[in-house]
Design a protein around this ligand. Structure first.
Ligand code: VGL
Ligand code: ZN
Length: 214
């Protein structure tokens, strides 16, 4: 017998993380196969009345860029005031082509585009809090205004960074969180992808597939 599909209802929010040119093949911080998830995301989006998209949005000289730290290379890690920081190639610089959403992403009914990572000294992986785990992005306040918002379905790039921290913070804030695994793609540095699944499972993020919805 076919497995029962999850019913999407009014309290469900699709959160689409960072589907931007720089995270897709040809971009400055390309996630392998990053563009393969775009059509499937377009396919599930109409199930949701509420869709939020995030956009990584850094000023030039952002502290997460290796180029801001003389002698450092991309993928080195350093200690900043708030803890470990992986250093990245310059990416998603405000107003550049690389920071634009991929042209194939087509979610006309998206209600909120939330930009993050715009403070020069602090990175922001999660859709909810910056990397100090304290400074809010505003998404939690926005969702609280939807009385019924209770389940978050998270998709996008990259599984082991921005998607991961968005899922963890979603749980901390008390939401039921579903990661639609085949609608995400990871970077995987030094085992970060396995570690990401492990920590999501530990806090009760449910890992599902597109076929659980459609
Ligand atoms: C991301 C690294 C740096 C992401 C953003 O979207 O996962 N990763 N900035
Ligand atoms: Zn970034």
């Amino acid at each position: 017998m076919a497995k029962k599909k999850l019913d999407i209802t009014d309290g469900d929010v699709l959160v689409v993380i960072d589907v931007q040119n720089d995270f897709c093949p040809g971009g400055a911080l390309a996630v392998p196969g990053g563009d393969r998830i775009i059509r499937p995301i377009n396919r599930v989006a109409p199930l949701f009345d509420h869709v939020v998209m995030t956009q990584d949005w850094h000023p030039p000289g952002h502290h997460s860029f290796a180029s801001s730290h003389p002698g450092k290379s991309p993928y080195d890690t350093i200690e900043l005031a708030y803890g470990h920081q992986v250093l990245w190639p310059d990416h998603c610089v405000q107003g550049t082509k690389g920071a634009e959403f991929h042209k194939d992403l087509a979610i006309k009914h998206c209600q909120l585009i939330l930009r993050k990572g715009f403070r020069r000294e602090i990175d922001s992986y999660s859709a909810f809090f910056e990397n100090d785990h304290k400074t809010p992005t505003g998404l939690s306040g926005y969702l609280q205004d939807f009385d019924e918002a209770s389940r978050l379905f998270v998709v996008g790039l990259a599984t082991d960074f921005c998607v991961l921290y968005s899922c963890l913070d979603g749980r901390k804030l008390g939401y039921h969180v579903f990661l639609i695994d085949d609608l995400c793609q990871g970077i995987n540095i030094k085992g970060s992808l396995d570690a990401a699944y492990q920590s999501m499972k530990e806090v009760g993020v449910r890992i599902i597939k597109e076929s659980d919805l459609l």
